[in-house]
Design a binder for this molecule. Structure first.
Ligand SMILES: Cc1cc2nc3c(=O)[nH]c(=O)nc-3n(C[C@H](O)[C@H](O)[C@H](O)COP(=O)(O)O)c2cc1C
Length: 203
């Protein structure tokens, strides 16, 4: 005789099976919103010409300033560049990475080292850079959440970028970040396995 399982039987069997598994395995398998966001974050280097609104850029920068900073000195500062010629010039200053100029908006993330120096002497530059890198990462995650794409560009002529966006001497350029609606969808990058990068107690 054919034995048919009712919907209730199936649900009960599923709940028994789930309950039998250790909580840690469940946690590891369920993709959290953070997992999802981190997984979707890739550097994007091709952009649609569609403009990115002032309000959207403001949301991205609001995320950036939530990053932690040494002693809460908040040295991270940003120059928002929309002008076509200025964007092209930034691409040239980024050692010819022309995709920079193709994004409708470019944010130059800078470290106002005078703020770090008020508290930290010889560590000021290091902390300013770290703080601005953290801020940039927050911005990159907000970019993903907004359905945009961006690339953290660190290879550039420091003096030329500083000159192009008029930075005073105590403000260092840390990253040139082109932002726009993505015209490519890069796949996942292969990551080094944890066993290769994690050491216990000592290296
Ligand atoms: C400090 C730093 C400097 C970088 N400079 C550049 C750059 O000049 N040009 C570029 O296209 N990507 C640059 N990148 C992006 C990396 O190439 C990219 O993060 C890496 O290949 C991993 O890819 P993913 O971020 O898409 O996972 C830089 C990233 C970092 C963290």
């Amino acid at each position: 005789m054919e034995h048919r399982l009712s919907r209730r039987d199936v649900l009960h069997a599923a709940s028994v099976a789930l309950a039998a598994r250790p909580a840690t395995s469940l946690a590891a398998e369920a993709a959290s919103p953070l997992d999802d966001l981190l997984g979707r974050r890739r550097m994007v280097r091709r952009f649609k010409p569609d403009p990115v609104s002032t309000g959207t850029v403001r949301r991205l920068l609001s995320a950036a300033i939530r990053a932690p900073s040494a002693g809460h000195t908040q040295p991270a500062s940003f120059v928002v560049v929309r002008g076509r010629d200025a964007r092209t010039a930034l691409g040239r200053a980024a050692l010819g990475q022309t995709f920079v100029g193709e994004a409708p908006v470019v944010v130059v993330a800078c470290a106002d080292v005078s703020r770090s120096k008020a508290w930290y002497r010889e560590r000021a530059e290091r902390y300013g850079m770290i703080d601005t890198a953290f801020a940039s990462m927050c911005l990159l995650l907000a970019v993903v959440e907004a359905g945009l794409g961006a690339c953290f560009v660190g290879a550039f002529d420091d003096g030329e970028v500083a000159r192009l966006v008029g930075l005073p001497a105590h403000v260092l350029p840390v990253a040139v970040i082109p932002i726009g609606y993505p015209a490519e969808a890069p796949g996942r990058m292969k990551l080094r396995p944890l066993r290769d990068v994690v050491h216990h107690e000592r290296w």
